[in-house]
Design a protein around this ligand. Structure first.
Ligand SMILES: NC(=O)c1ccc[n+]([C@@H]2O[C@H](COP(=O)([O-])OP(=O)(O)OC[C@H]3O[C@@H](n4cnc5c(N)ncnc54)[C@H](OP(=O)(O)O)[C@@H]3O)[C@@H](O)[C@H]2O)c1
Length: 348
């Protein structure tokens, strides 16, 4: 037992001593292989995603070995598997675009990271649904370890998107109002909290559902000023965040068609965006987070620190989510394509 604990510690610290101990095959495999959720074709059938054992390359001078800790299943991940996302990975591919891992081993020329650091990938297509990875130093960035594991696993795509949208399109001073749809999404929850921290008011549109009152309470407890269903009337905002696209958003367009900006950042309804002529007088724009961040590591670091500060200050929490053991991935993938479902985070 003691020997097993020592070997586990050694492997966790990236020690290669196990190469000469072929009997310890489990630890050997953990160091040299990883389990990963691989898809070999684009399909709406979730069965095409399978857990496979992958061989990891040795750590080079500028590369880093990472043990993945937790990774969410986001709608964009599913769209990539389905082949309907603007960015597609060469096949076969490992699923998952965000998540947090711990650095196990670094190459001799790596300067920005060391073993024990928590890291997140900075571009789409990393393939985070895996137990381990070897990647280049500049593919990942460290995140502070004093935020929660779920917070770190979900920090990059959604809270940073919310942060950018609230800072980059309008000068929003305390008292300004932001309207958004899909307000219960992970982005929506981050918008509510960051807006509240900035002193902004939020009008939050959700789809009607059987447990609507419960969801309204939940969003209000995050700091939402108004929570209304798509059928209800809403007050006049300054900034509109459109996650849904499609026809039902005419309401959003008309509401701020004389002043304010509308930012479209998602297309959950999978319907073409239709803009009434009157709304063309106002400012409408499309936002894509990765395009604005991936080549600016210093700015990215500053933004991550700002988002982490909000987390530490209790002003921003991880989205309400369900933690799913890695081997139960099928359940998490199936749930993500259902309506009214909480986000799932795979725990490796
Ligand atoms: N542009 C960017 O850089 C960027 C960055 C991050 C995210 N996004 C996009 O933002 C969207 C939300 O991502 P997320 O991770 O926050 O999602 P999420 O937490 O999984 O939430 C999904 C949201 O979409 C709503 N929804 C699902 N199907 C819908 C439909 N047919 N019509 C209307 N609403 C529907 C859900 O409402 P119910 O609860 O009622 O089902 C829920 O509010 C995705 O489209 C994602 O790709 C874009």
């Amino acid at each position: 037992m003691l020997i097993r604990i020592m070997l586990h510690r050694a492997s966790h610290a990236g020690t290669i001593l196990l190469r000469n101990h072929q009997k310890c095959s489990t630890v050997w495999r953990e160091t040299r292989h990883c389990s990963a959720l691989v898809y070999r074709e684009h399909s709406h059938n979730i069965d095409t995603v399978r857990m496979e054992q992958l061989l990891l390359p040795p750590v080079g001078d500028r590369s880093v070995r990472v043990h993945m800790l937790a990774a969410p299943v986001n709608p964009a991940d599913m769209n990539m598997i389905q082949g309907s996302y603007p960015i597609l990975c060469p096949l076969p591919a490992v699923g998952g675009n965000e998540g947090v891992g711990e650095v196990i081993e670094v190459g001799s020329d790596v300067t920005s990271l060391r073993p024990g650091d928590w890291v997140v990938p900075i571009d789409a297509g990393f393939g985070t649904w895996r137990t381990g990875a070897v990647c280049e130093e500049d593919e990942i960035i460290s995140v502070p370890k004093d935020v929660s594991l779920l917070g770190a696993a979900t920090i990059f795509v959604n809270p940073c998107t919310a942060y950018r949208m609230l800072h980059d399109f309008q000068t929003l001073t305390p008292g300004c109002t932001v309207i958004q749809n899909a307000s219960n999404s992970a982005v929506g929850q981050a918008v509510i909290q960051i807006a509240a921290a900035l002193g902004l008011k939020t009008i939050n549109i959700i789809r009607d559902r059987p447990n609507c009152a419960e969801l309204i309470d939940e969003l209000q407890s995050l700091g939402a000023d108004y929570v209304v269903t798509e059928e209800e009337e809403v007050p006049k905002p300054k900034l509109g965040l459109n996650c849904v696209g499609g026809l039902k958003n005419e309401k959003i367009f008309f509401i701020f068609s004389y002043e304010g900006t509308m930012v479209t950042y998602g297309g959950m309804a999978k319907r073409p965006l239709q803009i009434p002529a009157v709304s063309l007088c106002s400012s409408c724009t499309v936002f894509y987070f990765l395009v604005c961040t991936k080549n600016h590591k210093e700015q990215l670091k500053a933004m991550l620190n700002a988002v982490c500060d909000l987390m530490r200050g209790g002003q921003l929490s991880a989205p309400h989510c369900i933690q799913t053991p890695f081997h139960q991935y099928t359940h998490a993938l199936q749930a993500t394509v259902q309506s009214h479902c909480r986000k799932h985070v795979l725990i490796m």
